[in-house]
Design a protein around this ligand. Sequence first.
Ligand SMILES: Cc1cc2nc3c(=O)[nH]c(=O)nc-3n(C[C@H](O)[C@H](O)[C@H](O)COP(=O)(O)OP(=O)(O)OC[C@H]3O[C@@H](n4cnc5c(N)ncnc54)[C@H](O)[C@@H]3O)c2cc1C
Length: 486
Amino acid sequence: MKRFDIIIVGGGAVGCAIAYTLGRYDARIALLERELDVAMGTSGKNSAVVHAGFNNKPGSLMAKLCVEGNKRFEAVCKTLDVPYKKSGKLIVGFNEEDMAVIDALLEDGRKNGAIGLKKIGREEMKALEPNIEGIGAMLSSDTAVFDPFLYCIHLCEAAMQNGVSFFMGNEVLGIRKERESFVITTCKDEYQCKILINAAGLYADMVSAMAGDDRFRQYPCRGEYYILDEKVSKLLSRPVYPAPRKGVGGLGVHFTTAIDGSVLIGPSAEYIEDREDYATTQTVMDQLLREARLLLPALKKDMIIGSYSGIRPKLVRKGEGNFGDFVIEESPKAERLIHLIGIESPGLTASMPIAEMAVGIALKNTPLKEKKGKGVYRAEYRGAAVFAPLSPEKQDRLIEKDANYGEVVCRCRTITKAETLEALRNPLGVKSVVGVKNRVHAMMGRCQGGYCLPKIAEIMMEECGVPPEGITYRSDGDALFSGRLK
Ligand SMILES: Cc1cc2nc3c(=O)[nH]c(=O)nc-3n(C[C@H](O)[C@H](O)[C@H](O)COP(=O)(O)OP(=O)(O)OC[C@H]3O[C@@H](n4cnc5c(N)ncnc54)[C@H](O)[C@@H]3O)c2cc1C
């Protein structure tokens, strides 16, 4: 049995931010994640927008933590070397009714303390986004886009440099109380801790029930997306949303100009039965295209290069309205069990204040000493070198030092063999194709892996010393190749 002071269940944005926050304390901390990498749940399947906080119910925890998260996000990304861009965003109205909704959003934003909001007329809107249709809009200049994969990965790698332990591929199957401790059984091992932090996202209600608190039920609500070619980013320079409609879950079908250059349409909002049903469906895809064309009439079907979906953990059932606030508390049924339940949007934006609130609750009755002394604790983290944005001179210098920078693996994004190798040598020890994809962003361009996937497979065979059948795509037992044909 492995013994720790605090164990976090779940390696999404929230669990990773908690691990990072706890890294400053002199204690034995561990994170258990059922997948082989972090950001494999909802944190890797969303719009990746840093919301400003005008869309959340005034007075709610969601509103408070979103506004706080937005104000700090840029600094956090700088500290952790995570791509971030203050793109701003437009909420567009098509008629006077929509403009009244925009007025209400402005008022909610003011109550929530959100900054950088203003109503603009059609002319100003057209000057910002000439290809967008509508009669006017709200401009939110403090909305941003960022890279959610590198955010989670760098939070963990920074936490690791501060002594936090990570156990991937460890699904929590059972939790029992033994005197003052929790004993956690995973699919691989047994762990013991004094404080248990449940950041299991979509499964947080189930993990909570395992620990003796069965008061919660989360309802999965799927959001489907189209991925558009990078060339669409010439038509749009910031995320564009429609004014939200009553009774429709989520923020409405919008365009997101993602940090990696692609553009997304979505998400839809549909309650589903199965928490693992990440399908994208013809009906919703048709709906996305229809709604998106109202905003951007120049949108064409041949601009679509892929699709995906993410699932919201809703605390309200279908038809009960859309609002269920974040639950961040010590369980009244199990002392020293800290819950994070119903962490749907804006959970990424708010992840750092959520983490700090959870840590504050966890340490209220069990204070820990902060690490002292030079070099003992490091908040900053630097990621691997990224080749494509460098000047030709700097690229030449890298190639001179390491010839693998001269070999391009992903042609859509100019990602090199050296970067792929660096991704495979990651501190968390992740050796999957998706692990490489999420670190270097290969397989995300126009070819969606058609050209680079075989090259990545070859590099993995060489670097990891495995046969083709030994290459893991995403999860344990998820082989990329099933066997040889000849
Ligand atoms: C369609 C969509 C769009 C969104 N867009 C935005 C946006 O633009 N901006 C924003 O701020 N927020 C957005 N969100 C919300 C945001 O993505 C989530 O709030 C956030 O990612 C939640 O993070 P988490 O760490 O709580 O959960 P997760 O990312 O789901 O992490 C939980 C982790 O726990 C692990 N786990 C589960 N059960 C177990 C177990 N038994 N044992 C071990 N590990 C386990 C999972 O594998 C997972 O990695 C969006 C969400 C959706 C669905």
